[in-house]
Write a protein that binds this ligand. Structure first.
Ligand code: PEP
Length: 241
């Protein structure tokens, strides 16, 4: 049975105090979620240690937003698996379009980051998706198939989550139709050897559209940016109907 995974990606938002305030409010609102469901907060590095202590014993899991493939070295601004292991992180977002677009991540470095995450026992959330231009040119399927092929070389599919995140839908309020997200996620699943990988949809998910998105048979969860910054909104998303 595929797990439902609802993850919040805070990106570069919330200092430590704000993160802990969020956790305090959020915890009580998500106590009664279904057993087959995981809730993940992917916070900035500076909040992870305090959040890890605070979330201890709760069912909310912690995620980071990046990982380097080396254990240590001259990689200014990067973070290694052993550093994240010390904190007690469960999930790592890998290959988010903002990392690919602004920080030079390629399909090859995404592959290295995925393997590093698995080597340290974290569960990576691999993000794939097309730009508006690629969609308009009818290239969506090909782009996604190529990303998967290159990103998943020697990656263990039994410890993996994939997020389909059409880039034009991220942070724009322009959500992908739920039936279309379902169709593309079906195509992603066809490419996988392991059909039980949980596949999320991400891109302007909010309290109003989450129920329809989660009603789609291929969609196993959501990766949520903007709407995960408010504890009450994100709790409503976690408690989708
Ligand atoms: C994201 O950053 O992964 C994302 C989906 O953002 P938003 O929900 O704000 O579109």
């Amino acid at each position: 049975m595929r797990k439902v995974i609802i993850a919040g990606n805070w990106k570069m938002h919330k200092n430590q105090a704000e993160s802990l305030t969020f956790v305090q409010e959020f915890k009580s609102e998500v106590e009664d979620t279904q057993e087959n469901q995981e809730i993940v907060l992917c916070a900035p590095f500076t909040s992870l240690t305090a959040m890890s202590k605070n979330l201890h014993g709760s069912r909310i899991m912690l995620g980071a937003q990046n990982i380097h493939w080396s254990d240590e070295g001259a990689y200014t601004g990067e973070i290694s698996g052993s550093m994240l292991a010390e904190i007690g992180v469960d999930y790592i977002i890998v290959g988010h379009s903002e990392r690919r677009q602004y920080f030079g991540d390629t399909d090859q470095t995404v592959n290295l980051r995925l393997k590093a995450a698995q080597q340290y026992g974290f569960k990576p959330i691999l993000c794939v998706g097309e730009t508006k231009e690629q969609r308009d040119a009818g290239e969506t399927e090909q782009i996604i198939i190529t990303q998967l092929k290159e990103n998943l070389v020697e990656v263990d599919q039994s410890n993996l989550v994939i997020a389909y995140e059409p880039i034009w839908a991220i942070g724009t309020g322009d959500t992908c139709e739920s039936s279309e997200a379902n169709r593309v996620i079906g195509i992603i699943r066809q490419q996988l050897d392991n059909k039980n990988v949980s596949i999320q949809y991400g891109g302007s998910v909010n309290t109003k559209n989450v129920d329809e998105i989660m009603a789609q048979p291929e969609i196993d969860g959501t990766l949520v940016g903007g709407a995960s910054l408010s504890a009450s909104s994100f709790a409503r998303i976690v408690n989708y109907q």
